[in-house]
Design a protein. Sequence first.
Length: 291
Amino acid sequence: MIDAHHHIWLQKDLPWLLGPEQPRIFGPYGAIKRDYLVEEYIDDLKRTGITKSVYVQANWPTDLYENEVAWVQSVADQSGWPHAIVGYADFTTGDVRPQLDRLKKYPLMRGIRQQLHWHEKPLYRFASANDLCTSETLQDNIRRLSDYDWVFELQVFSSQMHDAVNLVQSCPDVTFILTHAGMLEDLSDEGVEQWRTGMKALASCPNVCSKLSGFGTFVHKNDPSFIAKMIEETVSMFSAHRCLFGSNFPIEKLWTSYDDLFAAFQRGAGHLSPEDQQAIFNDTAARLYRI
C-alpha cells in the first residue's frame, strides 16, 4: 500500500522555520513545529501495512526548490524512503524548462506542485491571484511536463474549478492530481453543491485524478463519517481507479495518529469492492508515480 502525500520536515537546517507561528488553515501547529524526519514517519506507519510513499513539496523558499528535492533524494538514498518526489517549480515564469531541467537529474522526481488555491478569506489564500489557471504562460509551461513524464498536483478551491477545467483541457497530455479532493471548506448546502458541481466537471476530464487526503484540514479533527462521505462522493465521480490515498502527514498528526487516520480511511472505503480498495490504496498511486 502507498501513502501518496506526506511531508518530511527538517528544522535545524532550515532557520526560516524557527520563527513564530503564522496563521494556517489547519489551525495552531506548535505541536509539529519541529523536526519530522523520515525515521519518525516510518515509525508512525509501521502498523499500517504501507510499504511505499510519495513526498510532496513542503513550501521551502521558492529559490531553494532544487535544495528541497536534493535533500529528499539524499534521505531516500540513505533510508529507502520516500519512493517518489513531487517538487516545486514556478510556472508563471516565461519558460519553466530551466527549472525542470535542474530537477530531472534526481531519480525520484515524478511531478510538480505549484499551489494555485486562492480564496476570499486571506487565511485560506495561497496563490498570488485567483485566475492563475487561465494564464497562457502557466498553461504553456504546464504542457512542458509531458516532455518529462511528470504529473501536476492541482490545488484549487471549488470556486476555481471552472478555470481549472480550462487548464486541464489545455494540457491533454499532462496528468493532473487534484489535491485533497478539491479542498471542500464550506460545508453549507450551497458550498457542498458548488464543490460537487466543480468536481463533476473535473471528473469529466480524463487526465484528472483525485487524491483522497487532507480531510481534517478545515474541521481540525479525524472525522471518520466525513472521511467516508468524501470517499463515497469522490469515488462516485472519478471512479476508484482515478482516486488515491494520501495521509497529509505530519499535518494530520495535529489531531490524530497515523493508525487512527488510516483506519478511518479503510473503514470509509470498506463498502467498495476489493479491487476498488486496491486501486485507492495502492494501484492508482503506483501507476501515476511509477513506483
